[in-house]
Write a protein that binds this ligand. Structure first.
Ligand code: NAD
Length: 487
């Protein structure tokens, strides 16, 4: 299987190579096979990309929002037309089952172009402020050159979630995908050109943790939006602070999912499974601490075990497959070491706990794993695992579970399953997180703001809220009379 792109980078409307850059091997996680060889950006490539963005941005900003929006909507249409091809590429890039990528990856990116393309005409208006004889008005103006840095779990979605609001506000973007998943973003750049985006406005360069700082520290960059882990977020925010750049930080989590004893248990089990096993558990907002009311614990666990053991693990290109491999060998080793810690620290292994033996070959597979009797102090309850490992914890009452749910440095998401409407709202109101769900989990349509609090980050993606993070207000005070100076 090969997925070799024309070249490593996409700058100023065309593919560009610089073979002096360190080699990045793209491996298909289901087999370990090398499917593409690319090069990390050299400093010359970084300069070229930022210069192209800087050159193209003013003319783009001068276009009407409606005209900009028309191009993004066209890009959305092309993505939908090419959904199968883009989904297969996403599966090759990440190892996620085609069953998922076909409904959740390019389509989510297309939603983003469609949404921001559609709200452009009305969403970027300023305001008029009457001041008696005088008045003032505000304009929403772009920031300039924005940098997007992506994680490997949703490569195409992240490239679009950052690109769409940046572009609609009149900015240019330089996007660096994760070194683990370099392929998808290049296709997004190609499609934007096909849709009519002027060249230079959406550039993709490859690289790793040594390339990112070249972008973040660049004086011509006005904003950095990172999707990544908390330690990377701290480094990027600190570097950006050196030149007071705008930042959006979409970081990690260890989110609580609380199941009360009056919940619809099958729905709660389904929500917990989706919130732990979708994308082989590689979802930042996953509800990895599942607090289950003691009275329903046995029923919950037995249904969860049966459904988990029924999951179809295997070839991600087979439409029947529900769970694919982890993205990389290293990520699998990390997940397996957390599973070992769970066992060593005394959690009860309900199911899974290792490498599935019916999947042969070199793929980075891990069994969907459930631990019960997990306590708040255990490593697996405190640290983000980023794999298909669910921790089930018991609780006795509402006040106790809220305090324990909030007892983490993270604050990305959370969820509550209950049939008591009042309790549902009362509990989510007290949970410290950016996105919360009642009686469902992990649904993130483009219409709703998404982002974290506490150490999970700041800024919001999607929805009209994202416009504020890719633009700033310019205020104009208009004096209508004579200036009365006292001297
Ligand atoms: P990571 O932090 O290792 O890397 C993220 C990106 O940052 C990569 O492109 C990497 O090359 C780059 N990078 C690393 N060091 C850098 C530096 N010093 N300066 C600039 N760039 C640098 O994260 P990952 O392993 O790719 O992704 C998994 C993490 O991402 C998890 O913690 C997960 O929760 C988080 N995540 C968050 C969201 C969200 O929206 N909140 C979404 C997806 C993933």
């Amino acid at each position: 299987m090969k997925a070799q792109p024309i070249a490593s980078h996409f700058i100023d409307g065309e593919y560009v190579e610089d073979a002096d850059g360190t080699v990045i091997e793209s491996l298909y996680p289901a087999t370990g096979e090398v499917i593409a060889r690319l090069h990390a950006a050299t400093p010359a490539i970084v300069e070229k990309a930022i210069a192209a963005a800087k050159r193209a941005q003013p003319a783009w900003a001068a276009m009407s929002p409606t005209a900009r929006g028309r191009i993004l909507k066209r890009a959305a249409d092309i993505m939908r037309e090419r959904n199968r091809e883009l989904s297969e590429l996403e599966t090759l890039d990440t190892g996620k089952p085609i069953q998922e990528t076909i409904v959740a990856d390019p389509t989510s990116g297309a939603d983003s172009f469609e949404f921001f393309g559609g709200i452009a005409a009305a969403g970027l208006n300023g305001s008029h402020i009457p001041l008696g004889q005088d008045f003032a008005y505000t304009k929403r103006v772009p920031l300039g050159v924005c940098v997007g840095i992506g994680a490997w779990n949703y490569p195409q979605q992240i490239a679009c979630w950052k690109g769409a609001p940046a572009l609609i506000c009149g900015n240019a973007m330089v996007f660096k995908p994760s070194e683990n998943t370099p392929l998808g973003a290049l296709k997004i750049a190609e499609i934007l050109i096909e849709a009519g985006l002027p060249k230079g406005l959406y550039n993709v360069i490859q690289g790793d943790r040594t390339t990112g700082p070249l972008l973040v520290n660049h004086p011509d960059v006005a904003k950095v939006s990172l999707t990544g882990s908390v330690p990377t977020g701290r480094k990027v925010a600190a570097a950006a602070a050196g030149s007071l750049k705008h930042v959006t930080m979409e970081l990690g989590g260890k989110s609580p999912l609380i199941v009360f004893d009056d919940a619809d248990i099958d729905s709660a089990v389904g929500g917990a499974m989706l919130g732990n096993f979708y994308s082989t558990g590689q979802v930042c907002s996953n509800g990895t601490r599942v607090f289950v009311a003691r009275g329903i614990k046995e029923t919950f666990l037995s249904r969860l075990k049966a459904r988990t053991e029924n999951m179809v693990i295997g070839d991600p290109m087979d439409e029947a497959t529900q769970l694919g491999p982890m993205v990389s060998f290293d990520q699998r080793q990390k997940v397996l070491s957390y599973i070992d810690k769970g066992k060593a620290e005394g959690a009860t292994l309900v199911t899974g706990g290792g490498i599935p033996n019916h999947v042969t070959g070199e793929g980075y597979y891990v069994q969907p794993t459930v631990f019960a009797d997990v306590t708040d102090e255990m490593t697996i309850a405190r640290e983000e695992i980023f794999g298909p490992v669910m921790c089930v914890l018991d609780f006795d009452n509402e006040a106790e579970v809220i305090a324990r749910a909030n007892g983490t440095e993270f604050g990305l998401s959370g969820g509550v399953f209950t049939s008591d409407l009042t309790r549902g709202h009362r509990v989510v109101d007290q949970l410290e997180a950016g996105t919360l769900w009642i009686n469902t989990y992990n649904l993130c349509p483009v219409e709703i703001p998404f982002g974290g609090s506490k150490q999970s980050g700041f800024g919001r993606e999607n929805s009209v809220a994202a416009l504020e993070h890719y633009s700033e207000l310019k205020t104009v005070y208009v004096g209508m009379g004579k200036v009365e100076a006292p001297y």
